[in-house]
Design a protein around this ligand. Sequence first.
Ligand SMILES: [Zn+2]
Length: 408
Amino acid sequence: MAPRQTADREGPYVLRDRTRASVFGAIVTKGPIARSEIAQLTGLSQATVTKAVAPMIAAGYVAEQEGSSGGRGRPRVPLHICPERRFAVGVKVTEREAVGVVVDFAGRVVAGGRVRLESPEVPEAVAGVRRLVRQLLAEKPEFRERTFDLGVAVGGAVDLDRKVLRASPILGWQDVPLGTLLEERTGLRTVVENDVNALAVAEQWFGVGVDVPWFAVVTLGAGVGSALVLDGKLMHGARGAAGELGHIVVEPGGRQCRCGNRGCLEAIASEPAILASIAEAGGPSGIDIEAAVGLARAGDAPAFTAFMRAGVALGAGIATLANLVNPARIVLSGEGLVASDLLMGSLRETFAARTLLPADAYELITRPLPDEAWARGAAAVALRDIFTGPLEESPNRPLRGAGSSLTP
Ligand SMILES: [Zn+2]
């Protein structure tokens, strides 16, 4: 078994073992890759890479490419992740449902499922996640035998070290020890992360964030969120609330936001806000977003104007983000992209008018992703935790209580 690595206890959570994380990251995203190439890619010395890789190989997480010349431990022998060595579960929790996936150690989705939540209350969500985890792990014996980690993605500010959801306006939760509750109920070591951050981790490793050290993810839907990867590092902020793009003010004195302020981007450009704008302008009320999109496409003035207004607000908000941190690529995603044909014109126009650099200095792309992508992001966060934490497989606590029934 791999020796426990010395943790960087001074630094923020994600920097617990930066060396091993970057070596693991290089092998996951670029493998098969030789030690010398990992050294080049990460800026680490070849000796450091060789030292970091040894326990990974000993524990069976990484292997040398068969048939390669050079002998064991030689710098030019390509290394690859052993995907079947260990699995992780990722779950995205919303007010209506929990969506989950099992990923292998290379981050590939190997199973998926979802459960409806009867209410957005904490006990119902915890019970729902437990049901979902049990359902997913029941699919294959190797999932039950080799899954020890659960990543959970939720909207809101998260205290990673304490595994506490500090505040989630969208779920109406405050100071919920979600990680501890789920560890007790599932027996899996649990990490909780902001949902947009989780999506950004998945993009950074497996998606459009690979090889882009400066990028941002902006999500549209029930809320508006963002995640920032700056110089290759995901920004959490001092208290887990970095990237709260939805709560920057774009219409001072405007509509009340659920955070308590007025005129927040989310109070204008989220789906509920667009529906409210339509109703306020004399359009129908009580319709859903698909109906609103249909009306706007058919030329209905209140609906069309509401989407235009949302696009202007988003353009202004995203320009602020661009001016502050200068990402090379800005990825727009989320279920709100169903209306991208209505939003993007005014969004791009406002963005171009408000950025200091010419708009083409930023690559602004839309990227519709399935619900499952968020759950995969949550699983990627669990993998990140394995890469940075101890390689031991047994969770921090012994399996007990309800959790033991997960591994019949
Ligand atoms: Zn707000």
